[in-house]
Structures are given as C-alpha cells and as structure tokens.
Design a protein around this ligand. Structure first.
Ligand SMILES: [Zn+2]
Length: 272
C-alpha cells in the first residue's frame, strides 16, 4: 500500500503542470517582451507581457504549448440544456439545407482564419445587449431529446428590435443570412479576436464598416434555428470559442492574474 502511494505521488509530481486552464476559459500566460505571435493576443498588464489565450472546449484533459510553456486544459461541467423545436425542417434539414449550412460554415471559417491587420489593445468588453442570460456557455445540448453539438456561445434575452452594440472597436468582416444562425454579423477586433451575433432581426452594418465600441450593429430577432428572440453571442480567441461571461466580469482581465501575485513574470516551468 505504501509503495503504491509513493508511486502515485511520484507519478503525479512528474506530470505536474505550472499552468492549468479550463475548457472554454481564458488563460493569461506570462511571456517575455520579445515574444511575438500572429495567433495569440498579446497584452500588457502592470508592465508585464502576457498571451491572453482562449482555451479549447475539451471533454478530456488536453495539453497546449505556447512559447515553450505547457498548459493543461481540463474539462468543465457546464451542465446541459434541452430544447424542443417543432419545425422539423430545422431539426432534420433537407439535403439542400445541409449543403447550404455546410457552405455557410466554410464561409465563416474562411472569415475567421484571415489574419487581422490591426491589434486589440482594449479588453474592457461592453455587454452587447442588456437582456439576462438565458443559456450559458458549454452546455451539452439536446434538441427534441437528441444529443447535438455543445452550446459554445452565450444566449442573451431580448425583444425583437432591441439594440445590439459592438462590445469593442472592430471591423465588420461578415454580414449574412445563414440557415442555422439566421441574420449574422461577424466583427474582427484585431489580434485574432472575433465576435459573432446570430438570429438578428436586421443588421445595421455592412462588410468593411469600422465600428466603435458601443455602436449599434444590429437588432435582436428570431431568424434561423431559434425558439424565440434572443442574441446568440460567440467570442473567438485564437480560433477557440470561449465563455463570454469571462469577459463581462468587471475586473477582467486583471482577475486572470490572481495566480501570479508576487510571482516574477518568468515563472519556472515544471520538469516533466
Ligand atoms: Zn445560443
């Protein structure tokens, strides 16, 4: 028994990580002033440089490597949500609707994969609509009791026509009408941070427009696959969809640094 415990302690310490992140979370990793990246948002807080990285949504532990440092990403239990949709053509789309949705997915992917040619230097996000949260991020979804992709977005309540504002300065990179998302607008905030707004009644912007934080970009609606009017809000950081509730916290992003209080910026990396 004692040998077993000793072996367990030895093996767990061998695999200890200095950095641990959450599925769908945001992680602030200290990096040197010289570190450069096209993929990640670099941000200076209190004179120190950090990569502010969106963590992938994972169902099992996963190890990421950024700037030769390893981050262990652990699953989070975000709960589940069950909804009923009676319009069968939305639940079991026809072949032509499936093809349409696939084309739209590719279009979205191509927009999100284009490198921003400007940098994000403001992380104080505004809430895009005032309404309450009706469905949180990461929930396992069941539509008419059948398992579907998890909800990697935040749903905010509202009435048809309620204003949706830009949470940060941005360039409008996509405005469309999609099978699932309905009327959608995608904003590029720079530094590989994008946000999207689905199910809108209408968009107030066109592709190529520059918008300021707080500008009206569209109106809440119930277009696409929905059960009623609301905003489906997605934040993409370095290609990962993260929990938007994180950026709405008052002390974001300073709260990400709690683990580093009194610790030098160049943390020693664990042996592995
Ligand atoms: Zn949603």
């Amino acid at each position: 028994m004692n040998n077993y415990i000793a072996l367990f302690l030895l093996s767990s310490s061998m695999f200890a990580f200095a950095y641990e992140g959450d599925s769908g979370g945001i992680f602030a990793l200290p990096v040197s002033k010289e570190y450069k990246s096209d993929k990640y948002l670099l941000f200076e807080i209190d004179g120190r440089n950090y990569v502010i990285a969106g963590m992938p949504y994972v169902l099992e532990e996963k190890v990421l490597e950024i700037d030769n440092k390893k981050i262990k990403v652990s699953p989070v239990n975000y709960g589940e949500s069950r909804i009923t949709i009676n319009n069968d053509s939305l639940v079991n789309p026809s072949l032509s609707d499936q093809e349409r949705a696939s084309t739209e997915r590719k279009l979205l992917q191509s927009v999100l994969s284009k490198k921003s040619n400007f940098y994000l230097n403001d992380l104080k996000f505004l809430r895009p609509v005032e309404g309450a949260i009706t469905s949180g991020f990461g929930k396992k979804r069941f539509i008419n009791d059948l398992p579907r992709a998890p909800h990697l977005a935040l749903d905010l309540d509202g009435f048809d026509g309620d204003p949706i504002v830009a949470p940060l300065d941005a360039k409008v990179v996509l405005v469309g009408n999609f099978f699932y998302s309905g009327n959608i607008i995608v904003l590029d905030h720079g530094s590989n941070v994008f946000t999207s707004y689905s199910h809108m009644n209408k968009s107030h912007k066109v592709v190529g427009d520059f918008v300021k934080k707080g500008d009206l970009i569209g109106e809440i609606g119930s277009t696409g696959r929905v059960t009623g009017p609301h905003l489906h809000w997605v934040i993409y950081m370095n290609g990962n969809r993260i929990n938007p509730e994180i950026v709405l916290k008052k002390d974001f992003p300073a709260n990400l640094l709690a683990d580093y209080q009194g610790v030098p910026a160049d943390l020693p990396q664990s042996e592995e």
